[in-house]
Write a protein that binds this ligand. Sequence first.
Ligand SMILES: *Cc1c(COP(=O)(O)O)cnc(C)c1O
Length: 360
Amino acid sequence: MARVFNFCAGPAALPEAVLKKAAAEMQDWHGKGLSIMEMSHRSPEYVSVAQQAEQDLRDLLSIPANYKVLFMQGGASAQFSMIPMNLLRGKKSADYINSGQWSAKAIKEARQYCEVRVVASSEDENFSYAPSQADLKLNADAAYVHYTPNETIGGVEFDYIPDTGDVPLVADFSSSILSAQLDVSKFALIYAGAQKNIGPAGLCIVIVREDLLGEVLTGTPTTMNYQVTADNGSMYNTPASYSWYLAGLVFAWLKEQGGVPAMNVINLRKAKKLYDYIDGSGFYANPVKMNNRSIMNVPFTLKAAALDAQFIKEADAKGLLNLKGHRSVGGMRASIYNAVSEQAVDALIAFMQDFAKRNA
Ligand SMILES: *Cc1c(COP(=O)(O)O)cnc(C)c1O
């Protein structure tokens, strides 16, 4: 069967060139007679693959030398607990911005470990915008400020990096890392579950400023201690070795495409096409405030919700998959990550036009 156009929010589409390379190397990695996932993670071969992946990510995001890059497990959700465990450093409270469902989950988890002060929330307007800098009621004694630059479910993206003064800034970049240039030095910690814009599930990347490490909450599991993870090159225990390898193939692919700036040009073009069509259609709508519209996750509703099931059915038949919106918000959502081509977006728009015409 031909490859479909996959708009899944996660686990998401991977570049076809990466899948082909992984397939070619599957049974016999570089003439060794075994696959990379059957190899010891301590072998020189695997260690070189792992280190190259880290170096390529460092190159792609120009990660400064005083930041550690950790390849952890447990998904982005495990970071919701690891962050307070590792970053409270004796303090009693942390500030959180609530801009949607992933922020809310991070807040709920952090409440197990500290006092959480929600310093701004867009819940009043159904999470259809990102709070502005002026909205933030920051506390100078907070251990850190946490926010979600791109809310995957609501399709809401911050158009600025919060200025938190001397308080460390922590960001959940799960669904937008590598989609646009990023000044890593503005952050204390960046984390991203791999299955949106990096690679397969099972891996979560943590980029953390090294001076923040070393003081963990009593009872923190050793596998969740950033310092231990850093000291052991993310191999204190067996890492998600295949996911790490595949993430490395994606990083190499991104470099071949011209890196993050080149991807960003394509991403902006893809998103603009889709939003412009939605706005002008008179049939589809997106509820998010203009300047906060995500370039990665585009939720939209149809003129009548009664048409949703038919839309999904016809889209599926045309090879346009996983367009159903999150169960909590309904409607549709097209996730257009780096690996989703402009051709896929064009095919989606053509289908949407045709569907609208037939159901106007
Ligand atoms: C998907 C996602 C998560 C959760 O990721 P898991 O790996 O399933 O734990 C957290 N935050 C954001 C922004 C996400 O998109």
